[in-house]
Ligand binder design. Structure first.
Ligand code: GAR
Length: 219
C-alpha cells in the first residue's frame, strides 16, 4: 500500500497512553494503512501527551474543565479533530463519555479499546469485576463507538485467561499486553476498509481463517 492511501488517524487519550504508543509504533511501518496525525488529550498532564510530543507528533491539550458543558467540550473537540484532517479517530484510554452528537458526527469512523470481552463488563473496574464474577477468561475488545458507553460493532477481541491468585493489577497487566497486540492489528484492518457493517454488526471481508481456541483451564 502506498503512503498516499494511508488513512489519517487522530488518537484520543486521557492518561498513560500505552495503547497510543502501540498504535504510533505500528504506524511507523511504511506499509501500515494508517498514519497518526495527532494525539489529543482532555487532561493536560497526561503522560502520553508528553511522550507523543517527544516523538514529534502533533499534540493537542483540550482540558474538559475549561468547558461549561459536555456539549461545548465536544464541539471544541470536534473542531480540533477536523483541524487535524483526521479521517478516523482511535480512542485509547480516553476516559470521557461523549455526547451522541459528537459520536454521530464520526459515525463508523471512531473506534475504541475496552479492557474486557464486551458485552461483558462495560464501564470501569473491569478486572476487579471479572475476578469477583469468577470469570475464567477475560480479555479486550476493539469496537466502533456508538452513543451508549462501550457499545458498538465489535471489530476484534483477544481472550486472556484468568489465573489463580490474580489480583486486578496482575490481570490488568496481562490484558494490557494483549491490548497492545490487538489494537494495532484491528486499526490496520479498519483503516484498510476490511469490514462491512450490517445491522450494526461488523463482518470481516477476508475469508475466515480457522484459528486456535483458548481454553482456561487448558484441556
Ligand atoms: C486501557 O486498559 C484501556 O483499555 C482502558 O484504559 C486503559 C488505558 O491505558 N480503556 C477503558 O477502560 C475505556 N473504557 P493506556 O492509557 O495505557 O492505553
Amino acid at each position: 500500500m502506498t503512503v498516499t492511501t494511508r488513512k489519517r488517524v487522530a488518537i484520543l487519550i486521557s492518561g498513560r497512553g500505552s495503547n497510543m504508543m502501540a498504535l504510533v509504533e505500528a504506524a511507523c511501518m511504511p506499509s501500515y494503512p494508517a498514519e497518526i496525525v495527532a494525539v489529543i488529550s482532555n487532561r493536560p498532564q497526561a503522560a502520553g501527551l508528553t511522550w507523543a510530543r517527544d516523538q514529534g507528533l502533533k499534540t493537542v491539550s483540550l482540558d474538559h474543565r475549561d468547558y461549561a458543558s459536555r456539549e461545548s467540550f465536544d464541539e471544541a473537540l470536534h473542531q480540533k479533530l477536523i483541524g487535524t484532517g483526521a479521517q478516523l479517530v482511535a480512542c485509547a484510554g480516553f476516559m470521557r463519555l461523549m455526547s451522541p452528537k459528537l459520536v454521530d458526527r464520526w459515525h463508523n469512523a471512531m473506534i475504541n479499546i475496552h479492557p474486557s470481552l464486551l458485552p461483558s463488563f462495560k464501564g470501569l473496574d473491569t478486572h476487579k469485576r471479572a475476578l469477583t464474577a469468577g470469570a475464567r477468561i477475560t480479555g479486550c475488545t476493539v469496537h466502533i463507538v456508538r452513543p451508549k458507553m462501550d457499545e458498538g460493532p465489535i471489530l476484534g477481541q483477544a481472550a486472556v485467561p484468568v489465573l489463580d491468585g490474580d489480583t486486578p493489577e496482575l490481570l490488568a497487566e496481562r490484558v494490557l499486553a494483549a491490548e497492545h497486540r490487538l489494537y494495532p492489528q484491528i486499526l490496520s484492518l479498519f483503516a484498510a476498509n476490511q469490514y462491512n457493517i450490517d445491522q450494526d454488526v461488523a463482518h470481516l471481508k477476508a475469508e475466515y481463517i480457522e484459528g486456535s481456541t483458548l481454553f482456561s483451564p487448558e484441556l
